[in-house]
Design a protein around this ligand. Structure first.
Ligand SMILES: [Zn+2]
Length: 154
């Protein structure tokens, strides 16, 4: 994309039904603005705590579908290879996508007065987050068992 095309696309953010917001085929591009979260990644935010209580075992791939033993080349390496790391990134993105709206709703109505529909919505959002967390853990355990099972068959 050329710089002017990029500028044209960027100028249409926030403008509804403007001619500048329509592609040649008449479809609005619906650009997604870049997130501007001024929060460091969790690995940085909780570095000391992760070091004290790592959720992974050193030298064992953290991808539950792999779980292979490997020799880390760096002390923070928790995947045996690039493919496992990329698979984990996709997994984290999928879970994040599943959780995002519930987490946002939870935060929006965090201080809702007891007995209001908003307070009930926050409870539902919190239950949903816990439900997804539990389902995710069960899925990881299943994949880990499948990976171990496939190793035993050889
Ligand atoms: Zn692996």
């Amino acid at each position: 994309m050329t710089k002017s095309a990029t500028r044209d696309r960027l100028t249409c953010t926030g403008t509804l039904r403007s001619a500048a917001c329509t592609d040649q085929n008449g479809v609005s591009p619906h650009l997604v603005p870049e997130l501007n979260l001024d929060v460091e990644p969790f690995l940085t935010f909780a570095e000391a705590e992760l070091r004290a209580a790592p959720p992974w075992q050193s030298g064992v791939c953290f991808n539950p579908g792999c779980g292979r033993a490997f020799a880390p080349t760096r002390k923070w390496q928790n995947y045996c290879c690039r493919a496992c790391k990329q698979q984990s990134r996709r997994e984290l993105a999928q879970v994040g996508h599943r959780l995002a709206l519930a987490m946002l709703v939870w935060r929006i109505h965090k201080y809702a007065a007891a007995g209001t529909p908003e307070a009930a919505l926050v409870r539902a959002a919190r239950r949903y987050v816990t439900h997804v967390q539990s389902a995710w853990m069960q899925d990881r355990a299943r994949r880990a068992a499948d990976a171990k099972g496939s190793g035993d068959d050889i």
